[in-house]
Design a protein around this ligand. Structure first.
Ligand code: TTJ
Length: 651
């Protein structure tokens, strides 16, 4: 009886989750679906982070359910004092029970982990939990199959209390759940997304083995295992793969300041850009935040102090700038702390003020100790030399820039007849199409609505920005046109408030060259105009792949193979099918109709995650493997995060 009383309250909580899934997991699309998995995996990761588990596996099953297994202590099986039911039941039926990171400050749009296993249970058809501890095996099952007298689904109801089902020598927890198809638009989890995240978690939690099995399709089983004894060191080595590191062993240290645990790995390469990746409680902080600020401040201070100490900087010399020490740096920064506050456009920026001094303290102490250690003298010297060189180049470039500015201000440079601007001056409505090739550019100019659409054709390939300094980028004709057209300035001078377009739409062919151009442009925006992407101004235009036509009928345009298959069903025998190989094959009217007209076109908004992935692809691969590079980008830049945007009909 006691059991059913506590039950009633529980049901109310879980039903609220089902009523508003978006509030708890962000969305009911593929992203929300993956959230369920991360919600469960996070529990096992916590157990591993505390040293009680070292193996975690994820299995995608044939029936679309997912199993997560760890070899930790097991979810508590004893009766919970207040609730009167097992700990396992509490964890899966009480909202927020088991949420380890203090709750409210936890905005969801950046990463919403830790809201609890109960949310997963609430949004699943069924959930099965098995716990193995102290030689006993236990099991409990939950179901969302029943409805109440009003016809509402009762979510995540225990079919019976936790039951001992036998003796065992195993230890750990196994959770299997079937996401509810009445909640989610799709039940198809992505092997690639899961593998990528498990790899990342393996780097962030050194020594923990993470295993992925995809058993969904017979004959197409996939398997991956990730385990990195070097942790963050291995992570930076991976990021520097195909680059030339300045020194072989990454600098790797960790420490605590108050309640905040800080871990850092650094390795410079012979390039010029800086790549700093940061995480808090294993969640990527793409927009940076207080911890990154603390890291940069400490790096600048310690390196300057050390440079003076060894006499590389004399008394009369000015301090070197932070960017000099960051030239060619690859670094990963990982924090663990109790309550986190996220800020920023995408809620991926750490806001906690206490994180900055904590990181500064740890990095100052540990990095200085590293540099002082005589066996690290060679690495220390290489770092100082690189920064001194960077400072020299920067000083020279500044002078050159000043003279260049006076002669010919980039901002006012006339465009060499390339940009076809639009007539409207409402920047919040205007669109800039960056179009691959002069011929497609010509069609776009003729086909567009000139009131709000501007066209910038790109002749040939833009310069590959990797391994190029800003000054070189600025000398490239194609990029100068883009910068001038946008009106924002670039790098440190970038100002989003002077942006002349609401949408910047990249139009390239659906082939390898097109993918390559897209990758170069996105890398450019990611590096030098990040805010454009963060604030959602960058899109990819999606031209159709096929045109289907009946003898006297309206043409039907298909944007992917699935759509073509669908359209072919209603066609009968008498039709023509044209496969578009490039934008150039469309006349101006067709280009307008299919790709540019807001009433029918398809756009994909580029997210910062997509751009970061593309950048990673580009920076990791654009070394010397020229021949395979295009293929690789074509196959791997999938834009899995991007949202397809169908504009509302204008006017
Ligand atoms: C909590 O403190 C007492 C000993 O056990 C700790 C615990 O709960 N460990 C734990 C939970 N290990 N693994 C889990 C877990 C694993 C999965 C797959 C899902 C959930 C919700 C928890």
């Amino acid at each position: 009886m006691e059991y059913s009383v506590s039950n009633i309250k529980v049901m109310e909580g879980l039903d609220a989750v089902r009523m508003r899934p978006g509030m708890y997991i962000g969305s009911t699309g593929q992203r929300g679906l993956h959230h369920l998995l991360w919600e469960i995996v996070d529990n096992s990761i916590d157990e591993a982070a505390n040293g009680y588990a070292d193996e975690i596996s994820v299995t995608l099953n044939r029936d679309k359910s997912v199993t997560v297994c760890d070899n930790g202590r097991g979810i508590p099986v004893g009766i919970h004092e207040k609730m009167g039911v097992s700990g396992v039941e509490v964890v899966f039926t009480q909202l927020h029970a088991g949420g380890k990171f203090g709750n409210d400050s936890y905005g969801y749009s950046g990463g919403l982990h830790g809201v609890g296993a109960s949310v997963v249970n609430a949004l699943s058809r069924w959930t099965k939990v098995e716990v193995f501890c102290e030689n006993r095996a236990y099991k409990i099952e939950f179901s969302s199959e029943e409805t109440n007298e009003n016809g509402h689904i009762i979510s995540g109801k225990p079919l019976s209390p936790l039951t001992e089902v036998g003796r065992t020598r195993k230890q750990g927890t196994i959770v299997t759940f079937l996401p509810d198809d009445r909640v989610f638009e799709t039940l198809d989890m992505s092997y690639d997304i899961i593998a990528k995240r498990l790899r990342e978690l393996a780097y962030l939690n050194r020594g923990v083995k993470l295993v992925l099995d995809d058993n969904r399709d017979w004959g197409k089983n996939r398997h991956a295992e990730f385990r990195f004894e070097g942790g963050l060191s291995d992570f930076v080595s991976y990021l520097n793969e195909d680059k030339t590191p300045l020194y072989s062993a990454p600098i790797h240290f960790s420490g605590k300041s108050g309640d905040i645990a800080v871990e850092v790995a650094i390795q410079h390469n012979d390039g010029f850009s800086d790549n700093i990746f940061s995480y808090v409680n294993n969640i990527p902080t793409t927009e940076g935040g207080t911890h990154e600020t603390g890291f940069k401040a400490a790096l600048t201070k310690v390196m300057n102090d050390y440079s003076r100490k060894i006499g590389a900087l004399k008394d009369k010399d000015p301090q070197l700038a932070g960017e000099d020490f960051r030239e060619g740096i690859t670094a990963v920064l990982s924090l663990k702390m109790k309550t986190i506050q996220f800020e920023g456009q995408t809620k991926t920026k750490l806001g906690n003020t206490e994180a900055r001094p904590a990181v500064e303290t740890v990095v100052q102490q540990q990095l200085f100790a590293y540099l002082e250690d005589l066996k690290n003298a060679e690495t220390a010297n290489l770092m100082v030399d690189k920064a001194l060189k960077a400072a020299k180049v920067r000083a020279a470039a500044r002078k050159a820039k000043e003279t260049a500015r006076e002669k010919n201000k980039l901002e006012n440079a006339p465009l060499v007849g390339k940009l076809a601007s639009c007539t409207g001056r409402d920047y919040s409505r205007n669109e800039l199409f960056i179009v691959e090739g002069d011929s497609a550019g010509g069609s776009a100019k003729q086909g567009r609505d000139r009131r709000f659409q501007a066209i910038l054709p790109l002749r040939g390939k833009p310069l590959n920005v990797e391994k190029k300094r800003l000054e070189q980028v600025l000398q490239n004709e194609e990029f100068r046109s883009i910068i001038t057209a946008l009106g924002t300035g670039i790098g440190e001078d970038f100002n989003i408030n002077t942006l002349k377009y609401d949408k910047i739409i990249i139009l390239s062919d659906a082939d390898q060259d097109g993918a390559h151009i897209r990758a170069i442009l996105l890398t450019f925006f990611y590096r030098y105009m990040k805010k454009l992407i963060v604030e959602g101004h960058v899109y990819m235009g999606m031209p159709p792949l096929y045109k289907l036509q009946k003898p006297n009928g309206e043409p039907v345009y298909c944007y992917d193979d699935a759509a073509l298959k669908q359209a072919l069903r209603g066609m009968g025998k008498n039709y023509t099918l044209q496969r578009y190989k490039g934008l150039g094959e469309m006349n101006p009217e067709q280009l307008w109709e299919t790709t540019m007209n807001p009433a029918g076109r398809r756009l994909v908004r580029v997210t910062i995650e997509d751009a970061a992935e593309v950048e990673h692809l580009v920076t990791v691969l654009m070394g010397d493997k020229v021949q395979s590079r295009k293929e690789y980008i074509f196959d791997h830049a999938n834009f899995l995060h991007g949202q397809t945007v169908y504009d509302k009909i204008r006017e």
